[in-house]
Design a protein around this ligand. Sequence first.
Ligand code: DOR
Ligand code: ZN
Length: 349
Amino acid sequence: MTETIDRLTIRRPDDWHLHLRDGAMMAAVAPESARHFARAIIMPNLVPPVVTAADAEAYRARILAALPPGSGFTPLMTLYLTEETDPEDVARAAASGLVTAVKLYPAGATTNSASGVRDFDRVRGVLERMAEIGLPLCVHGEVTDAEVDIFDREAVFIERVLEPIRRATPGLRVVLEHVTTAEGVAYVRAGGADIAATITAHHLVINRNHILAGGIRPHYYCLPVAKRETHRLALVEAATSGESPFFLGTDSAPHPDQAKLAPCGCAGCFTAPNALSVVAEVFEAAGALDRLEAFTSLNGPAFYRLPPNEARITLTKGAPVPYPARIETGAGPVTVFDPGFPLHWRVEA
Ligand code: DOR
Ligand code: ZN
């Protein structure tokens, strides 16, 4: 006899990788995350980026002002690592509790990454200081070399950049963000207590065919780009395993439709409204609903050495949940990620 579950109460989830943007866009998207998530690691790739503690403090104030009254949502701030980052500014920002992590973008890897790192030797001092104080480094794990195929950029990054950095900096705590490959999953699994990975909702459901077969679908284009099906299956297996180094980071990355639907469209999937419904559907299909809470609400705080949320949410299964196709923002309409199948799990926050 199989028991069907149609109601699930779990600790309130956190989003360990989120783009809130700024200004009119943030005003529209921040409430979408605050509805379901208690906390989020806020990506610093604004223009100009959030580089110093003072930048992070000002950005945090703008986020708090954009949230609906009483939302209780806590932005966990990050600093954008540059070759000029001052190790002591980082250490002070961490000690005061202002900053939860530092983000490494290889220069040119993705949206607004021009100020990122070209010469990894030039950030050695910051990484050593971070290792001393236990401050996590969130890594966009892709090389940017023109000669490396875009589908290989994560695996090559691990070998050529990440492993040498970790060897040179014992004790450095690393989150391999939005892991997209079986190689990435294997690397994290074998890497011990100082490495973890976030997995997005969209990478659990799309492979590269969804982007390219039968017509090009710009709303599925993100970075790292979705890989072939074997890799998607490795991600589902890792996420649904309940293993401690794997947790949800949506990488919800809104762009106005006019910037997505262009000859050179921006990378990013906007999943904040429906990420939890998508993830629940994936876990149910894998027979792993009993491990959903580990992925969305327990493994992340454990890695970041924060308490899990005391508040709970309830997910109920029923008729497909009518998420909007797009939301209106002051910066233009933003299309909501379409998983391509009905979402039966409703979040009762
Ligand atoms: O798809 C992506 N969008 N990947 C990133 O790494 C950045 C993000 C963005 O900021 O739009
Ligand atoms: Zn991101």
